[in-house]
Design a protein around this ligand. Structure first.
Ligand code: SAM
Length: 359
């Protein structure tokens, strides 16, 4: 393939996007991906394979996470055992990151260019189960209102966070969740923890995703694993434990757009149940019109809510360098900041006031 010209339109924007992602990976604890992205930036500058692959996305907003899709595409090839050179730098397959990791990544991108180009068009599938630790306190606050929860998740991916109550959480002497769960969060909170003794009854749970992942299929699991950064074994262990839970505890994830689906499911309230719409790190993937439409759907559901059929909106979304977990319950419809955390969950700072915890 012909190298792209150095002054191709969008190259400066692309380099800026790569730099922002590089800093994000560094801050979130992946020295390997920070190093790899430096090499990607250099390759974009000289018009190499990364420039060719990323050129069609040069003007994509940062929120589209094109770089995460790029990194995951090559990680998938590594996990498949088809890229031994790059694999030698990836701890996820027993490698050790070395100074040549960046060059190995660029060379791998060239070797698998057609496949990576195809994979780049698929959406991000980071189903990060650590986010359950950020969301749990919100669910527990809702449980204290005394009604069973009807949980609806949009952008659920494989639905791993819809199974949040199947995981074990421990803080000090307190705990929540099955003692024998394969996934244990030990002290995920910094400072105080939410009240883990709160009663919680889940009446039903269901999710939707544009491109749902089947966590029981080999391909589905591999795709989720590819989105875990290769030098973050703790996240990978969490994912594998959550996949073990998913194998035993099926959850329905409809293939549907978030706005259409939320509008349908929020239209019907269920007397005697608290309907909670939940989402995490998905709002940025909606086009601006869909974001507005979703907020209108939620507002409408809130306006129709009653004390016998209340509606809640629990969301964990970016708030600058941290992710913020917010909760609104209608009536009365007052938003509360419940927690801040990393984008992948722990460490979680539980910041809810007593009033917010009691809603
Ligand atoms: C970064 S992942 C987050 C997955 C999950 N919420 C989590 O926190 O682990 C974003 C998810 O949103 C989904 N998504 C993006 N746009 C969507 C839309 N319009 N409707 C439904 N799901 C969407 C993607 O397919 C993907 O599974």
């Amino acid at each position: 393939m012909r190298p792209v010209r150095r002054d191709q339109p969008g190259t400066a924007e692309l380099r800026q996007t790569i730099e922002t992602q590089r800093i994000g990976c560094e801050m979130a604890g992946s020295a390997l991906y920070a190093h790899v992205l430096s090499a990607v930036a250099t390759d974009v500058t000289v018009g190499g394979p990364c420039a060719r692959l990323l050129a069609p996305f040069a003007s994509a907003p940062f929120g589209d996470a094109v770089l995460l899709r790029f990194l995951a595409a090559l990680h998938l090839v590594v996990l498949d055992g088809r890229e031994p050179d790059l694999a030698s730098h990836y701890p996820s397959v027993g490698g050790l990151p070395g100074p040549a990791a960046g060059l190995a990544f660029v060379a791998a991108a060239q070797r698998h260019e057609a496949e990576v180009a195809r994979l780049l068009h698929l959406g991000v599938q980071t189903n990060e189960v650590g986010r359950s630790a950020s969301l749990l306190g919100g669910f527990l606050a809702l449980g204290r209102l005394g009604l069973p929860l009807r949980v609806l998740e949009i952008g659920a991916s494989a639905g791993l966070n819809l199974r949040f109550d199947r995981y074990r959480y421990e803080a000090g002497g307190a705990s929540f969740g099955p003692v024998d769960s394969p996934l244990r969060f030990v002290d995920p909170w910094v400072g105080r923890a939410p009240d883990l003794a709160s009663p919680l009854v889940i009446a039903s749970r269901r999710g939707c995703d544009l491109d749902p992942i089947d966590p029981t299929s080999v391909a589905g699991r591999r795709r989720l694993q590819a989105y875990i950064w290769p030098d973050q074994p703790q996240r990978r262990a969490r994912l594998d434990a959550a996949l073990a839970v998913a194998g035993k505890f099926p959850v329905v994830i409809d293939a549907a757009d978030a706005v259409v689906w939320a509008s349908e499911y929020l239209a019907d309230s269920v007397p005697g149940q608290l309907t909670v719409l939940v989402h995490s790190i998905m709002f940025q993937y909606l086009p601006p019109d869909s974001r507005r439409a979703l907020l209108m759907v939620i507002d409408r559901a809130g306006a129709c809510a009653t004390t016998d059929a209340p509606v809640a909106w629990l969301r964990m979304e970016p708030g600058g360098d941290v992710a913020e977990t917010r909760l609104t319950v209608w009536p009365p419809g007052i938003p509360h900041l419940m927690a801040t955390s990393s984008y992948h969950g722990p460490p979680v700072a539980w910041v809810a006031t007593d009033q917010a915890s009691a809603q």
